[in-house]
Design a binder for this molecule. Structure first.
Ligand SMILES: Cc1cc2nc3c(=O)[nH]c(=O)nc-3n(C[C@H](O)[C@H](O)[C@H](O)COP(=O)(O)OP(=O)(O)OC[C@H]3O[C@@H](n4cnc5c(N)ncnc54)[C@H](O)[C@@H]3O)c2cc1C
Length: 152
């Protein structure tokens, strides 16, 4: 069995991202990487997501340069993978970000149970003066994709 590996074109990468809802989000702080699985919705070069306050949000506020990776593995010898780098942007509940916040909500609400996983936390949260959840986007700066296919 042999395999062919090729680079995906930009429109293939965008098409795959548009149909994806799950990926691995990487951020970093003072040279230390951190990766977590997340749900997201992708549209017009923005990956929209939802989160509770926590480590990844704190880190992305300090360093908004992030990376999101998705893959499809229909078989051991055929797969597609897209890696995007981008900039984290929060959508606070204010006039400036209102439209993006509503847009994020409208895309994400179509996805089954996304809010339950995004709002899960293993420990009781301390009393918070403001809302514990947030909507955010990752504005794409660079995208690459690779596709492997079985050739015989
Ligand atoms: C299929 C799936 C979909 C998810 N979708 C979302 C989503 O859309 N939005 C969202 O906010 N979260 C989602 N999560 C949960 C997410 O992966 C994180 O667990 C969660 O967001 C908490 O991350 P945090 O950085 O705020 O961690 P904190 O609650 O601040 O905890 C930090 C510590 O807990 C550990 N930790 C945190 N998360 C994980 C993990 N997943 N696995 C192992 N150790 C962990 C870290 O090592 C870290 O030191 C999803 C998880 C899965 C499996």
């Amino acid at each position: 069995m042999s395999m062919a590996l090729r680079t995906m074109k930009l429109d293939e990468c965008l098409e795959m991202l548009g149909g994806a809802h799950y990926g691995h989000l990487a951020c970093s702080n003072e040279g230390q990487p951190y990766v977590v699985p997340i749900y997201f919705a992708f549209q017009a070069r923005v990956a929209y997501s939802f989160s509770m306050q926590g480590k990844k949000v704190e880190w992305m506020r300090r360093n908004p340069k992030v990376c999101l990776q998705i893959e499809e593995t229909p078989s051991k010898s055929s797969w597609r993978s897209v890696v995007l780098t981008g900039k984290f942007q929060e959508f606070p509940d204010d006039q400036v970000w209102h439209e993006e916040r509503i847009h994020a909500w409208s895309l994400l609400e179509k996805q089954l149970n996304w809010w339950e996983i995004g709002s899960l936390t293993p420990d009781p949260l301390p009393p918070a003066p403001t809302s514990n959840h947030l909507f955010y986007g990752i504005y794409v700066s660079d995208i690459s994709g690779r596709k492997a296919t079985q050739t015989d």
